[in-house]
Design a protein around this ligand. Structure first.
Ligand SMILES: O=c1ccn([C@@H]2O[C@H](COP(=O)(O)O)[C@@H](O)[C@H]2O)c(=O)[nH]1
Length: 273
């Protein structure tokens, strides 16, 4: 079953929401946990118990595990396995990007069954050229996994680069969306794009044929109503709004985390109806 089909089944069953696992030091402290690998492990276990059984997609932010070195990566491996066992699609937010030969190694780390970090999809950066992502596209296609390419990010700093013009016309962000659409024309849903919910994106997403990860909901200020406005006219069946801190602030209680996922998802679904 292709990634697009797996994705469609997951959101049809659980609703459109990507819940992030972002163990910020401030959140560990709010949860009464030490800012250490032990604290990280307890935090992640609560997320696996409270979030992974209800969210269609769970997105561990790799940076918050990586900052603890190999011990942090071990916790990430356990977290990925736990989320997948709970039936969630796991999107590793690693934002990898390099020349093609190095991308092949990153792809092995994040999308190959032999790796303990293997996830259902990974975020990647296209700023070494969309073609540098070819090894990731090839493995994703062959293994029914996915990649999400940064196009128009939620942070204000992205504007100057992503809205710059490319040779031949159009913006950098639109060129990335168009390149993703070309891949999806042959394998529907393999390549998603990242388009923030925090501002107008100015993109034509009509030919994309893949998921649109839209971070910025909650802590970065975007609301469900903003999503409906910003993506008015787009095929919102592919829209995957994402929130991390606004959900995680309902922890450490597992039932509280679950309720936060459900209420955020219901709000999003209502606004996009
Ligand atoms: O454009 C982007 C791309 C990725 N992110 C990531 O999403 C979460 C957002 O967390 P919140 O707590 O909901 O703000 C975080 O992991 C970012 O690295 C993004 O925000 N914007």
């Amino acid at each position: 079953m292709s990634f697009g089909v797996r994705y469609a089944e997951a959101v049809a069953t659980r609703g459109r929401l990507c819940a992030g696992i972002d163990p910020h030091a401030a959140l560990l402290t709010e949860w009464g946990l030490p800012v250490s690998v032990d604290g990280l492990r307890v935090f992640a276990q609560s997320c696996v118990a409270g979030i992974a059984p209800v969210a269609a997609v769970v997105k561990p932010q790799v940076a918050f595990f990586e900052q603890f070195g190999s011990a942090g990566f071990a916790v990430l491996e356990e977290t990925i396995a736990g989320c997948r066992a709970a039936g969630a699609i796991v999107l590793a937010d690693a934002k990898r990007g390099d020349i093609g030969s190095t991308m092949a190694a990153y792809t092995t780390a994040w999308l190959d069954d032999a790796s303990r970090l293997c996830s259902d999809a990974v975020t990647v950066s296209p700023y070494l050229g969309f073609g540098s992502l070819d090894p990731t596209v090839a493995v994703a296609r062959a293994s029914n996994r996915g990649l999400f390419v940064l196009a128009r990010t939620s942070n204000p700093d992205g504007e100057a680069l992503q809205n710059a013009s490319v040779v031949g016309g159009g913006t950098v962000a639109q060129a990335i969306v168009d390149a993703a659409a070309s891949v999806n024309a042959e394998s529907s849903g393999t390549v998603g794009v990242v388009v923030g919910a925090t501002r107008e994106h100015g993109l034509d997403l009509s030919a994309l044929g893949g998921p649109i990860l839209s971070p910025g909901l909650g802590a970065q200020g975007a609301t469900a109503a903003d999503l409906a406005r910003i993506f008015d006219g787009a095929d919102v069946s592919w829209l995957l709004p994402a929130a991390s801190r606004s959900i995680l602030r309902s922890g450490p209680d597992v039932a509280g985390l679950r309720a936060a996922v459900e209420s955020t998802r219901d709000e999003v679904e209502k606004a996009l109806r």
